[in-house]
Design a protein around this ligand. Structure first.
Ligand SMILES: [Zn+2]
Length: 270
């Protein structure tokens, strides 16, 4: 039965590398796919669509069926319900075969290991989430946001009370990462507890995320709430990313400066 062995081998290899569509669909959740791409839906399970230039969340997610649907007619996916495989195909701009491979990697964990978010990205994502929660607890921040007519439903806004490092006092790794990123500045003196004293960057500022093409938070922009003209805008060192997001690939850049170093302003004056 040479032929049988031959075909069995091929089949086993095939399963090892790429799962069947039916297996992928039962094992891979939409939430896992979103997590993999660092996409976080709002409370209505909507997302700014990653497949077209989307200002308000047009992509509706359906966790029961593990499908997504973009309601914008500007979108290449409009009119079609996407399952997890379609989602990966669109996100990676790849063939179905490649999407199945990627999906298999996501299930087996190989893909997740192959694309770990860098420490910097993880820290920035966490700290920006922390800053966003900070708005809720700060009356001055809420008043300022209202005064500037910034809509927190459509714009991610944070507030830095300057206390983010206190709860982390024992987590040496987190402190080191804050220093690396520039969220903490060393004062060069010892605190009264005998530890190095730090100054938080952008204290009492409103915070906006600067994002890369994948919509990941790659840097932060701090806006002072005071109207001191000389000191209103603060960027973390190694400034990168754009606010609120990257423009479309075919956007013409008339400036000679590199696009990645140029913050994109929304129609709201910040
Ligand atoms: Zn779309």
């Amino acid at each position: 039965m040479i032929h049988c062995d031959y075909f069995c081998d091929v089949s086993i290899n095939h399963i090892k590398n790429i799962m069947e569509i039916s297996e992928i669909k039962t094992r891979l959740t939409l939430a896992q796919v979103l997590h993999y791409y660092h996409l976080k839906p709002d409370k209505n399970l909507r997302l700014c669509c990653p497949f077209h230039d989307d200002k308000t969340p047009s992509l509706q997610l359906y966790y029961k069926t593990h499908t997504a649907y973009c309601f914008s007619s500007n979108c290449k996916t409009h009119g079609k319900s996407m399952d997890v495989i379609d989602f990966i195909m669109n996100k990676e701009n790849c063939t179905k075969h490649e999407a199945l491979k990627k999906a298999t990697e996501m299930i087996t964990g190989e893909g997740l290991k192959a694309a770990p978010p860098a420490d910097r990205l993880t820290t920035l994502h966490k700290i920006f989430t922390y800053f966003k929660n900070g708005v809720v607890n700060s009356q001055p921040a809420k008043a300022y946001i209202q005064k500037r007519h910034l809509n927190t439903d459509t714009i991610d806004i944070g507030f830095n009370s300057g206390q983010f490092h206190y709860k982390q006092n024992d987590a040496a790794e987190a402190m080191q990462e804050y220093l690396n990123i520039g969220l903490l500045l060393e004062l060069g003196v010892m605190s009264r507890f005998g530890k190095p004293a730090y100054k938080p960057f952008g204290k009492h500022c409103i915070v906006f995320a600067l994002r890369d093409q994948e919509k990941r938070v790659v840097s932060l922009y701090f806006r002072s709430m005071s109207d001191d003209k000389s000191q209103r805008h603060f960027y973390l060192k190694d400034r990168q990313g754009l606010y609120p997001k990257y423009p479309r690939e075919n956007t013409q850049n008339s400036s000679s400066r590199r696009a990645s170093s140029m913050p994109l302003r929304s129609s709201n004056s910040i």
